[in-house]
Design a protein around this ligand. Structure first.
Ligand code: B12
Length: 486
């Protein structure tokens, strides 16, 4: 018979959701939707982030649709959790029977507190959802005990408990993404091109101490290159998708498989745009095949530069080096691929002089685009231990999104930090070299993408200053990081 299931993408405050004025489909929800549809459930997607609906409106709409089970999760998981808590509370106040199931990265690690503080949430699916969620729904439908299902957290006699973790999915090609669920929305990106998020691989074999993603996926695994290329072709021809945003943490970990994927995509001869994140050392490693990257359709890579200081980079265990970062940007330039460097403030407990050095280094790296973020320690990542005695300056979890200063700096006040950050961004984005690339680059595709970023970047720049000086809520009094999450 099947159950009626509503997948809800909750509204999110972050710049990534609000400022581009276009939206990508929520791959995590579509990924659990496919397997649920395939075993016969009636599944719908309600994307409230797309319209930025108010929380009460979202709850009312869920109540109106009356699903047997509502399922929520968000890719900006940590900062979305308070919104999920609020909406589910509103739903429960009016409906005692609807099953409320959530999943994603933050609740996977914080299942105990989430369940303890949110009696309205029935189940948390911990880790990958595809294999676990159909088992849970089957158990609910047939009144079977969920205790035998791995990867679940729930309350037993009122006390949060958890079953052993589910094994990572061995063959990622075994599960289908429920692309048909996105039909109700016009997902676009990169300047109103039809767009999706896709995944070639999951996980990462590096152990950077600040990134919790490797702990979430546990092992690096990949799909078959041919099956992903076929799926890209299907999305291009059937759904008219032009832009494909790779969700991978480390897509090129296996050079041969990555090359095979690029070749399989090239063989299909599609007019598509690919964007993604990659390790700088893989760009350097692949110097001889970068023409394949471009030919397959890659227009932009995000490179995590993180810091300019070799000592700091060593402590972060990223396994990168300044020379490789610089070389990668130059190599991408040779192939007309936009480099977007992300740089993290707060890892080195900076003084003003360090911002000056950061600026100098970034100028010498010469990336096409720059994104500065703030060190944001997840409790589950090893970096947390290093900084747990530091003070927290933002108590609102909805702002733990890498774009707000959450940790106090030893030598600088928050306003001094943001002024330095904004100055660096302004210098890098308005220097003659960047403007020349923006207006006069020989490749029209490159110029268009530069315009798209610059436009969003301008809005982000103004918004972040305005928010900081006029809207931001900071912690009054002293709160240590270890107490914040406790
Ligand atoms: C694509 C992406 C985006 C896209 C979002 C597209 C979209 N509509 O989702 C854009 C560029 C808009 C974006 C924005 C942001 N992002 Co982002 N993004 C990613 C990225 C690269 C991939 C996410 C993804 O699709 N993963 C693949 C899917 C399949 O995984 P998943 O969502 O975790 O889902 C699986 C499980 O978690 C589980 N699951 C998830 N939800 C649910 C729900 C239920 C009910 C169940 C049962 C299971 C379940 O099952 C799924 C399948 O196994 C990741 C980095 C990465 N490589 O993971 C960062 C990442 C998710 N982003 C992050 C952040 C911080 C943001 C922003 C807050 C940044 C900002 N300040 O603006 C915003 C949030 C807004 C938003 N819309 O997400 C962080 C989140 C960290 C955290 N713990 O909160 C990540 C992990 C990056 C990082 N370096 O840490 N992002």
């Amino acid at each position: 018979m099947g159950m009626k299931i509503l997948l809800v993408n909750v509204p999110h405050l972050s710049i990534g959701s609000r400022l581009p004025k276009e939206h990508l489909p929520p791959l995590g929800l579509l990924a659990i939707g496919g397997p649920l549809i395939d075993v016969g459930h009636d599944v719908e997607l309600y994307d409230a982030d797309y319209y930025n609906y108010a929380t009460q409106q979202v709850a009312d709409e869920v109540l109106k649709r009356k699903p047997d089970a509502v399922m929520m999760g968000h890719s900006g998981s940590t900062s979305a959790q308070p919104v999920i808590n609020e909406i589910t509370r509103m739903i429960r106040a009016k409906n005692a029977r609807m099953k409320i199931i959530i999943g994603g990265v933050f609740p996977t690690f914080h299942w105990r507190e989430v369940l303890a503080n949110n009696p309205q949430i029935d189940y948390i699916v911990c880790g990958e959802g595809e294999a676990t969620v159909p088992k849970l729904v089957h158990a609910l439908e047939h009144g079977l005990p969920p205790e035998t299902i791995a990867g679940l957290a729930f309350r037993t006699q009122g006390v949060p408990s958890k079953t052993p973790p589910a094994d990572p999915i061995k063959n990622l090609d075994d599960f289908r993404v429920g692309w048909e669920l996105m039909n109700a929305y016009n997902y676009t990106y990169w300047g109103k091109h039809k767009a999706v998020v896709i995944q070639f691989s999951r996980g990462c074999n590096h152990r950077c101490i600040y990134c919790g993603q490797n702990l979430f996926w546990r092992e690096w695994r990949r799909r078959s290159p041919q099956s992903l290329a076929d799926e890209i072709e299907m999305l291009h021809t059937k759904y008219g998708v032009k832009v494909f945003d790779f969700a991978d943490e480390n897509p090129a970990a296996d050079r041969e498989a990555w090359k095979e994927l690029l070749e399989a995509i090239i063989a299909k001869n599609m007019d598509i745009i690919l964007v993604g994140s990659i390790r700088a050392d893989h760009i350097v490693r692949d110097a001889d095949i970068l023409h394949l990257y471009k030919k397959a359709g890659f227009d932009r890579f995000l490179l995590g530069i993180e810091n300019y200081d070799e000592e700091v980079l060593k402590n972060l265990k990223k396994g990168s080096s300044i020379s490789k970062d610089r070389q990668a940007i130059q190599l991408l330039r040779k192939h007309d691929i936009i480099s977007m460097a992300t740089y993290v403030v707060g890892f080195g407990d900076e003084k003003i002089i360090d911002f000056y050095h950061s600026l100098k280094h970034l100028l010498s790296y010469d990336p096409d685009q720059i994104q500065l973020m703030y060190a944001t320690p997840h409790q589950w990542a090893p970096y947390f231990e290093d900084v747990k005695e530091r003070e927290v300056v933002i108590s609102d979890q909805r702002k733990w999104d890498f774009k707000h200063q959450v940790l106090a700096m030893k030598y600088l006040k928050p306003w001094q930090t943001i002024v330095c950050v904004k100055l660096i961004e302004a210098v890098l984005q308005t220097r003659p070299k960047t403007l020349k690339r923006l207006f006069f680059h020989q490749d029209a595709r490159f110029r268009k993408a530069m315009f798209w970023y610059t436009n969003i970047g301008k809005r982000v720049w103004v918004w972040e200053l305005f928010e900081f000086f006029f809207l931001a809520g900071t912690v009054k009094g002293k709160m240590l990081l270890k107490d914040f999450w406790a």
